[in-house]
Design a protein around this ligand. Structure first.
Ligand code: SAH
Length: 400
């Protein structure tokens, strides 16, 4: 039995169908009337048009997604124990990682782990959390307490700087220590490769954990090769390639000077001689055009750009950018070379990405073999009823 009495709101007739498969969003148009008596972020019960309990979630009048569901169980209260159970379940999934090899991973992936609006990344003994919704913000003290109790972390850094917070009516915050102690940065291992993570200032929570499995998959193609890593950030793909046997000769290109500086240090930390590799601060589009004009060629090209489209409206422009980028990437790829191309734009589908590769190949009269395709790693689980929360597509191709 639920110990707490929650306010309730009702759906219009037949609007509960999408919820039958466990989807966690209710759009404002599905509600009989906006529950004005509930504050933004407040927890409420959702009932069918005939008054049957369907689910319990939190409400926000500011957003199209009016309610994000936390539980379908009428007896489950939204309290510290609820959060602890969800965190334990998430942690059990991450036991796939042997900490001797990998101690950096996403611990909580929002809806994918049954905690909408909450992202928590683990870097060794430090957690970096991001709260994206008003509902999760109201649970913040409990979330922090539950994380400390369940994970044995040394401290939690809150990076509440995601732009989605504005839509929710929340402030963008400076990074703050929410609990325990958090150092300047930590050293982590990923598949036995060492990185340091600057979670105070780095992009996202400091590292692109969602590319772990692709970085591992890349290794087999880079032995003794000349590799170009575009949008290299702190050198994730680059270090893996440079560590292959025989080692690859790697060129890393990113527009961010601090990221390129960090990648030099990360190479050195892994015992690599940085004088064997190139580190370039540049716009990738300019770099590729120049390399093409100079007749430079690589055996392996990695294209892992930032999201070119953040909304449906930006899709057409984004598709053009993906086509241009893949064409340029292919122009510096030797015949028989390997192209790893990625898109982290939610509105760009796998077939769009493949289309960009295919069109580029047609224009250059080259043929493409699709070798491997990936989404996110296992630490970014996607709720099966919510494919719209998946965003990452990555494919390995051989281009003749
Ligand atoms: N592959 C990386 C993550 C890439 S994230 C990893 O595995 O860690 C995208 C990167 O693209 C960011 O580092 C950002 O600084 C860089 N970037 C964005 N626009 C760019 C541009 N036009 N040219 C070069 N780099 C760019």
């Amino acid at each position: 039995m639920s110990a707490i009495h929650y306010p309730a709101t009702s759906l219009k007739p037949h609007r509960d169908e999408s919820l039958l498969n466990g989807h966690l969003w209710i759009f404002s148009g599905a509600l009989q009337q906006p529950p004005r008596w509930v504050e933004n972020g407040g927890v409420l019960d959702v009932k069918s048009a005939t008054g049957q309990f369907i689910a319990r979630g939190y409400y926000n009048a500011n957003t199209d997604i009016a309610i994000r569901i936390l539980t379908y169980d009428a007896d489950e209260d939204i309290d510290l124990d609820f959060l602890r159970r969800r965190i334990r379940s998430a942690q059990a999934l991450r036991e796939v990682f042997d900490p001797a090899h990998t101690n950096a991973y996403r611990l909580i992936n929002s809806e994918g782990d049954g905690l909408p609006g909450l992202v928590v990344d683990r870097y060794a003994d430090v957690l970096v959390a991001q709260i994206h919704t008003a509902g999760m913000e109201r649970l913040r003290p409990l979330v922090i307490e539950a994380l400390m109790l369940e994970t044995g972390a040394r401290g939690i850094l809150l990076r509440n700087d995601g732009q989605s917070r504005r839509r929710e009516g929340l402030q963008i915050e400076e990074p703050i220590i929410a609990s325990g102690d958090v150092p300047e940065q930590v050293q982590v291992r990923e598949n036995g490769v060492s990185f340091f993570v600057d979670f105070w200032q780095g992009q996202k929570t400091g590292f692109f954990l969602d590319q772990r499995d692709k970085r591992e998959a890349l290794r087999k193609y880079t032995r003794g090769k000349r590799v170009l890593n575009c949008f290299s950030y702190t050198g994730g793909f680059s270090v893996y390639a440079a560590l292959s046997t025989p080692p690859a000769q790697v060129t890393s290109v990113d527009i961010s000077a601090p990221a390129i500086d960090a990648s030099r240090q990360i190479f050195a930390m892994n015992g690599l001689d940085i004088s064997n590799h190139q580190f370039i601060v540049a716009d990738v589009f300019d770099y590729l055009a120049e390399a093409r004009d100079k007749g430079e060629f690589f055996d392996v090209v990695v294209l892992d750009p930032p999201a070119f489209a953040k909304s449906q409206g930006a899709r057409t422009q984004a598709l053009k950018a993906y086509r241009r980028l893949n064409l340029l990437g292919m122009q510096v790829l030797k015949p028989g070379g390997i192209l790893l191309t990625c898109s982290c734009s939610g509105v760009v589908r796998m077939d769009d990405l493949l289309g960009a590769v295919s069109l580029s190949a047609q224009r250059l009269h080259r043929s493409v073999q699709l070798l491997e395709s990936y989404t996110h790693g296992v630490d970014h689980p996607i709720h099966i009823a919510m494919p719209e929360t998946a965003y990452l597509k990555s494919v390995f191709c051989r281009v003749q």
